[in-house]
Every structure is written in structure tokens, then in C-alpha cells.
Ligand binder design. Sequence first.
Ligand code: SF4
Length: 141
Amino acid sequence: MNRNLTDGLNFISKLTWKRFWNATQVLASYYFSKFTGKVHHWGLPISISFEPTTSCNLRCPECPSGLRSFTRPTGMLSDEMFRRSIDELADTLTYLIFYFQGEPYLHPQFLELVQYAASKKIYTATSTNAHYLSDVQAKKQ
Ligand code: SF4
């Protein structure tokens, strides 16, 4: 089967009525605010972004992680904070973006954290430089 179709079906399979209703509220507040010219806010985040780590094994010249030029500390996402946030948002959260700057697979519990989000049926996406990917690692769920 086409991979885009498989991925799309995977995403749709994570939608619940509560998540759908939450997304509707967020979209409605956007259009209502635009229409009235005043800020109206309903609903909770549809999507959230977590950075597993700010560290990276590479030194890409256009990246703050590669340049080691962060003004914030280099470190690893706290397991406890991640799980608590997911617990609080899981009912209405549809999409977890699990990367920003840094190589996610350097986080020692990265796949366990992905698994935790998956156990709450949250669609999760990441990005990696693939240095730490093996066949087995790539297929882990
Ligand atoms: S985080 Fe990505 S872009 Fe930045 S140094 Fe690492 S591999 Fe390069």
C-alpha cells in the first residue's frame, strides 16, 4: 500500500470524537476571532511539540545544535514532565511533534517515550539524522 495512504489512515485512526470536537473548537475560535477582530479562544492544543534533547552528534553549520550555540542549556527532556504533560493533554491532543533541534535518538528513553504517547493513541512524528537507526531500531514500536 502507498506509504502516504498508510500514514494518513494511521493518523485518522487516532481521531476520537473528543479530539475531533477539540479541533473544531480551536478552528472555530480562529475564524470567529478573525471575523470579529477580537481574540476568542476555545479548546486545548491540537498539537504539541517536544524536543527530546538539544544535543546532537553532528555539527551542521546552519543549526544551533550543530553550532553548539544555544542560549538555553543542552540536556535531555525529563521523562516525568513528558509523561505528566501527555497525561494532561491526551484526551484532546491529536499530534505530537517529537523533535526540534537536536538528535532525538540521543535521548536514552526516546522510544519508550514514543511508546508512551502511542499507548495514549497519539499520532507521533519525529525527525532524525539516522546515525542511530538500525533495522531493528527503525521497526521498534
Ligand atoms: S540537529 Fe539536525 S541539523 Fe542540527 S546538527 Fe544535528 S543533524 Fe544537523
